[in-house]
Design a binder for this molecule. Structure first.
Ligand SMILES: NC(=O)c1ccc[n+]([C@@H]2O[C@H](COP(=O)([O-])OP(=O)(O)OC[C@H]3O[C@@H](n4cnc5c(N)ncnc54)[C@H](O)[C@@H]3O)[C@@H](O)[C@H]2O)c1
Length: 265
């Protein structure tokens, strides 16, 4: 499928690394200008430079902490000042602290909900105001997870946030359909390669959970996937690019699993 997004401006939050970076690359490859919005401004600038060079689009890094409402509004103003408009938002920035319910620290719960759930709300609020001003529709993608349809153990806050963003997407899809703003959720499988979430500590926690060694964790997850391989950032990027394109002009309010058949719903 030859998807051409030229003339459109996309913001991807948390795009300095991992899935967000892969999505930004997919959008840039399809000729969308891209904004790499991340709390890690050095990483964001690096990614932006890479994508501009590789795909010949306008790509900028913007410092954005998705928990900071006034900072988000300022960043959105800066983006519109530099690139003129916003057509696509991918809410992706997220963290995943893993603890049993009985040990879960309250501050980690609060931070996870602030980034993974309220952060999606705050960024969408600022961006949709801009889309409504433009009056030409738009697209929002909430990156949830397969954990958004089946909770995993030792993941209270993550589970709540990933189920929650699906609800946000459905409500926004209904609310803004009349403005041709489509809103969908994408639910990735396990993406270990390139992900900051799958750091040494997280892999150790997963190993403890399943009573296996850390080096066995990757294989443990791959074995649950009917298509028999790990999910890659490109798999997620392909789904996002399709959903924001005109090929998907009749699709809104839906949850799209990209998990090699692991959940099948
Ligand atoms: N990796 C997986 O297996 C997997 C599976 C399903 C869903 N997801 C989801 O994909 C998204 C990206 O995860 P990833 O695996 O690429 O992780 P990652 O750690 O590589 O990327 C997360 C990015 O978010 C940024 N970030 C963190 N806090 C922020 C804040 N307050 N404001 C702005 N940016 C912030 C980080 O700097 C980082 O660049 C998350 O929402 C995650 O829940 C990941």
């Amino acid at each position: 499928m030859n998807i051409d997004l030229s003339g459109r401006v996309s913001i991807v939050t948390g795009a300095a690394s991992g899935i967000g970076k892969g999505i930004a690359a997919g959008l840039a490859k399809s000729k969308s200008d891209v904004v790499i919005a991340d709390i890690n401004i050095d990483g964001a600038n690096e990614t932006a430079d890479e994508l501009a060079k590789e795909y010949g689009v306008r790509a900028i890094g913007v410092k954005m902490d998705v928990t900071d409402k006034s900072g988000i509004e300022q960043a959105v103003g800066e983006i519109v000042g530099k690139l003129g408009r916003i057509d696509i938002l991918v809410n992706n920035a997220g963290i995943a602290p893993s603890y049993s319910l009985v040990d879960f620290p309250e501050d980690k719960w609060d931070l996870t909900i602030a980034i993974n759930l309220k952060g999606y709300f705050l960024v969408a609020q600022a961006v949709v105001r801009q889309m409504l001003k433009q009056g030409e529709g738009g697209n929002i993608i909430n990156i949830s997870s397969k954990t958004g349809v089946r909770g995993s153990s030792d993941n209270s806050a993550y589970n709540a946030s990933k189920f929650g963003v699906i609800g946000l997407a459905q409500g926004w899809a209904r609310e803004f359909a009349k403005h041709n703003i489509r809103v969908n959720s994408v639910l990735p499988g396990n993406v270990l390669r390139g992900s900051g979430i799958w750091n040494e500590e997280y892999i150790k926690a997963a190993a403890r959970k399943y009573g296996i060694q850390p080096e066995e964790v990757e294989d443990h997850y791959n074995k649950q996937v009917p298509l028999g391989r790990q999910c890659e950032v490109e798999d997620i990027a392909n789904m996002v690019v399709y959903l924001v394109s005109d090929y998907a002009s009749y699709i809104t309010g839906c949850s799209h699993l990209v998990d090699g058949g692991q959940e099948m719903r």
